[in-house]
Design a protein around this ligand. Structure first.
Ligand code: SF4
Ligand code: SF4
Length: 227
């Protein structure tokens, strides 16, 4: 069985197992230190001492925001974010907290974290677009789905489709007034990669691959990614 150290080898000299100086710089910079027993220095020690199971079975990896402040500050360049994410990936999927793994499953199945069928997605988008087209100055606004050769591919954060439609409109107004040549995918439109957050490498690759496929098949030059 692989350990966290195998999967997230320490930088910059991978063969030295005890690179950590226990200096605590990571903990000093971490916004979560002290909350619910969280302390990145202690987590690195757990990994160095081979206490993988203890870490993986604890809630600690899920508390980390993966902001990277610790890693940026570490004088030894230890890849603390990778350690956290690797520990998450070693958790049984039915023990992943909250909605994250459910979202991954729905995205794999349907192309978005909400599990929204393609026709419902298009209905919502067109409904919001119709409202914008009723606004003075935006009379001929329409959403360009799957436009070949567009300059910009706009992948979507699911919350913009679900509860925060008004944020979609902000973007569309800017595109419209700037004369941007943009498009959104009609399927596999999710831009939020919960495989990244849950430590699920296989799912993460599928989601990234979908975006690459859009870029290639539609021959798009630039990507707007909501994460
Ligand atoms: S990445 Fe995690 S451990 Fe590091 S500073 Fe951010 S919250 Fe703390
Ligand atoms: S900053 Fe780096 S070297 Fe210092 S305690 Fe944290 S992981 Fe160890």
């Amino acid at each position: 069985m692989h350990t966290i150290k195998d999967k997230a080898p320490l930088r910059p000299i991978e063969s030295i197992p005890d690179l950590c100086l226990s200096c605590g710089t990571c903990s000093a910079g971490c916004p979560l230190t002290g909350i619910s027993g969280f302390d990145p220095r202690k987590i690195v020690r757990m990994v160095l001492e081979g206490n993988d199971r203890e870490l993986v079975d604890s809630p600690l990896p899920w508390l980390c925001t993966m902001c990277g402040k610790c890693e940026h500050a570490c004088p030894m360049g230890i890849n603390i974010v990778h350690i956290m994410r690797t520990a998450r990936g070693m958790v049984d999927r039915d023990k992943v907290p909250g909605m994250i793994h459910k979202g991954v499953e729905l995205d794999l199945e349907t192309g978005n974290n909400l599990g929204l069928p393609a026709e419902d997605f298009q209905f919502i988008i067109e409904d919001v677009a119709t409202e914008l087209a009723e606004t003075p100055g935006f009379e001929d606004f329409a959403v360009p789905f799957d436009k070949q050769g567009a300059n910009l591919l706009h992948t979507l954060h699911n919350k913009l489709v679900n509860t925060q439609n008004e944020d979609l409109v902000h973007w569309w107004k800017i595109f419209y007034k700037a004369g941007e040549d943009w498009t959104i995918p009609s399927v596999n439109w999710e831009g939020v990669n919960w495989g990244l957050f849950s430590g699920d490498d296989d799912a993460m690759k599928v989601f990234v691959g979908r975006i690459v496929e859009h870029m290639e098949t539609l021959d798009i030059k630039n990507l707007m990614y909501p994460e």
